[in-house]
Design a protein around this ligand. Structure first.
Ligand SMILES: NC(=O)c1ccc[n+]([C@@H]2O[C@H](COP(=O)([O-])OP(=O)(O)OC[C@H]3O[C@@H](n4cnc5c(N)ncnc54)[C@H](OP(=O)(O)O)[C@@H]3O)[C@@H](O)[C@H]2O)c1
Length: 332
C-alpha cells in the first residue's frame, strides 16, 4: 500500500518550521530585471494562497496571466489587477476534478492561438478523507496527480506550449519536500478508489507529490529527447500560510491555522523562488531541476528512475483511455 513520509498533519506542519531556518542560497539571484513582458502564463488554482500571489507577482513583472480556477470569483480577479497594477489578468474556468474541463480549457486556448510561456501546475487539495469524483476516481489522486498529467499532455500535444517558439516554454510543478521518503508508485491500487482518513490522507498528499514529480521528470525526458529545451521543473515553496488545510476537521484546522499564522511564510514571500524559477535566465535550457525554496536540491531518487517513469507514463495513459477519453499524440 502506498504511503507518505508523515501520518500526522501537525507533525508535518511542525517539520515545515525547520525549513524556515534553512539558508536560501539563491535568494539574491531574483532581480527586478527578471521580467515576463508580453508573455502568457497559466496558473492553476490561482484564486488563493500561493497561486494568487504568483498571479500578482507575475503580472507585476509584465506577464499576461490566466488564472485557471474552478470557481468564478470576479472580486478576486479585480483585487489581483489592483495589487499588481496590471489589467493583463483574466480568470478562466478549469476544474481539475472534472476531466472534460481540461479539454475545454486547452482547446479554447488553442483556437484563440494563445502561446503559453509558463504553465504553473499549482492547484492541489489536502483532504481529511477520501472523496469519489464523477468518474469514480479518488479526488486527491485525480486533482493532485492525474489531471496534472493530462493537462501537461494536452498543453504540449496541442502545441499551446510549443517547442517551436523562439524561447522554450517552462512548466513548473508546485510540489512539497514532504514527498521525500514516500513509497514507490503502488500499481495494485493505482487509479482505484482507496478509502482513507486524516492520517492516511496526509500520507497520500506527500505520495501524490512524489508520483507527480516522477511524471514531470518523465515528461521532460520525452519532450526533450530530440534536443528540445523545454524547462520542466519542480519546486517546493516551503511552509506557506494558506488555505491548504481548509478541509481539515474543525479542531485540527484551528491548530494548523495557528501554526501556519505564527510560523509560516506569507504567500507573497513564498512566491518569489517560484517566480525566480519561472523567469530567470539561470534556468534557460534547464530541465528536471528541483528547488526547495531558494535552494537547489535533488528530489527523492525514485523520481529519477527511468523505468519507473516509463511505467508511470504507460499506466497513466491506460487509465486515461479506460476513462473513455481521447489521448492526443505527442509528436516531439
Ligand atoms: N501551504 C503550504 O505550506 C505548502 C507547502 C508546500 C507545497 N504547497 C503546495 O502549494 C500549492 C498551492 O497550495 P496553497 O498552499 O496555496 O493552498 P490553497 O490556498 O488551498 O490553494 C490551492 C488552490 O488549488 C485550487 N484547487 C483545489 N482543487 C481544485 C480543482 N479541482 N480544480 C482547480 N483548482 C483547484 C483551490 O481552489 P479553491 O479555492 O476553489 O479550493 C486553490 O485555489 C499546492 O500544490 C500545495 O500542495 C503548499
Amino acid at each position: 500500500m502506498a504511503h507518505g513520509r508523515f501520518d500526522n498533519p501537525v507533525v508535518a506542519a511542525l517539520h515545515g518550521i525547520y525549513d524556515l531556518f534553512r539558508k536560501q542560497d539563491l535568494v539574491d539571484r531574483l532581480s527586478e530585471n527578471d521580467r515576463l513582458d508580453g508573455k502568457s502564463i497559466v496558473i492553476t488554482g490561482a484564486n488563493s494562497g500561493l497561486g494568487y500571489a504568483l498571479t500578482v507577482e507575475m503580472a507585476r513583472r509584465g506577464g499576461r496571466v490566466i488564472m485557471a480556477c474552478r470557481r468564478d470569483l470576479p472580486e478576486v480577479l479585480q483585487k489581483a489587477k489592483r495589487e499588481s497594477g496590471s489589467e493583463s489578468i483574466e480568470m478562466r474556468y478549469l476544474d481539475l476534478g472534472k476531466v472534460e474541463s481540461l479539454y475545454e480549457f486547452t482547446s479554447n486556448l488553442k483556437s484563440e492561438g494563445k502561446q503559453i510561456y509558463v504553465l504553473v501546475l499549482n492547484a492541489a487539495v489536502a483532504l481529511p478523507k477520501a472523496r469519489k469524483t464523477e468518474h469514480g476516481l479518488e479526488e486527491m489522486f485525480l486533482v493532485n496527480y492525474l489531471s496534472n498529467f493530462m493537462l501537461a499532455n494536452l498543453m504540449t500535444a496541442e502545441k499551446v506550449m510549443s517547442l517551436e517558439c523562439a524561447e522554450a516554454p517552462r512548466m513548473l510543478f508546485i510540489s512539497s519536500d514532504s514527498h521525500q521518503g514516500s513509497s514507490a508508485v503502488d500499481y495494485s491500487e493505482f487509479g482505484n478508489y482507496v478509502d482513507y482518513g486524516v492520517s492516511k490522507g496526509i500520507g497520500y498528499y506527500s505520495y501524490y507529490k512524489l508520483v507527480t514529480n516522477t511524471m514531470m521528470v518523465e515528461l521532460s525526458r520525452r519532450i526533450n529527447k530530440n534536443g528540445h529545451k523545454m524547462g520542466v521543473n519542480v519546486i517546493c515553496p516551503g511552509p506557506v500560510n494558506t488555505e491548504i488545510a481548509k478541509e481539515a476537521p474543525p479542531f485540527l484546522h484551528k491548530i494548523l491555522k495557528g501554526i501556519f499564522w505564527v510560523f509560516f511564510k506569507s504567500p507573497k514571500v513564498a512566491a518569489l523562488p517560484v517566480v525566480y524559477m519561472a523567469t530567470s535566465k539561470d534556468y534557460d535550457g534547464r530541465s528536471e531541476e528541483y528547488q526547495h525554496m531558494f535552494n537547489e536540491k535533488k528530489m527523492d531518487p525514485k523520481c529519477y528512475e527511468s523505468d519507473a517513469g516509463v511505467k508511470l507514463w504507460e499506466e497513466s495513459l491506460k487509465l486515461w483511455r479506460q476513462l473513455g477519453f481521447d489521448v492526443p499524440k505527442m509528436d516531439y
